[in-house]
Design a protein around this ligand. Structure first.
Ligand code: SF4
Ligand code: SF4
Length: 96
């Protein structure tokens, strides 16, 4: 099974309340325009993280990839959560 995150991006457009910063230093260095300081998480436009560039399900990238939050680093392509996100969005749960 293969998952190409750069043609997906669905977990970056799943919820306005995700991703949150979860520890000391998490979120540091991310430009202010992408940060919801009040709620200590990424700023979203609807459910979509403002740092996500491109078109969902086609070609996407994270504009702050090197500084992305911990939860983004830990989210695993092919995991139960990944498959759930893809299924909810109407994409094949198991292939790109
Ligand atoms: S939902 Fe899964 S395949 Fe899609 S970008 Fe996120 S981790 Fe990658
Ligand atoms: S910070 Fe980057 S990896 Fe994390 S949700 Fe936003 S676009 Fe996706």
């Amino acid at each position: 099974m293969s998952f190409d995150c750069q043609t997906c991006g669905l977990c970056c457009a799943y919820s306005e309340s995700w991703p949150v910063f979860i520890g000391d230093g998490d979120g540091k260095g991310i430009p202010d325009e992408f940060v919801d300081f009040e709620n200590q998480r990424m700023l979203s436009f609807g459910d979509r993280c403002t740092a996500l560039e491109g078109k969902l399900g086609c070609q996407v990238s994270c504009s702050i990839y090197e500084k992305r939050p911990l939860v983004c680093r830990e989210f695993q392509a092919g995991s139960e959560d990944c498959i759930m996100v893809r299924s909810r969005s109407g994409f094949s749960p198991t292939s790109t």
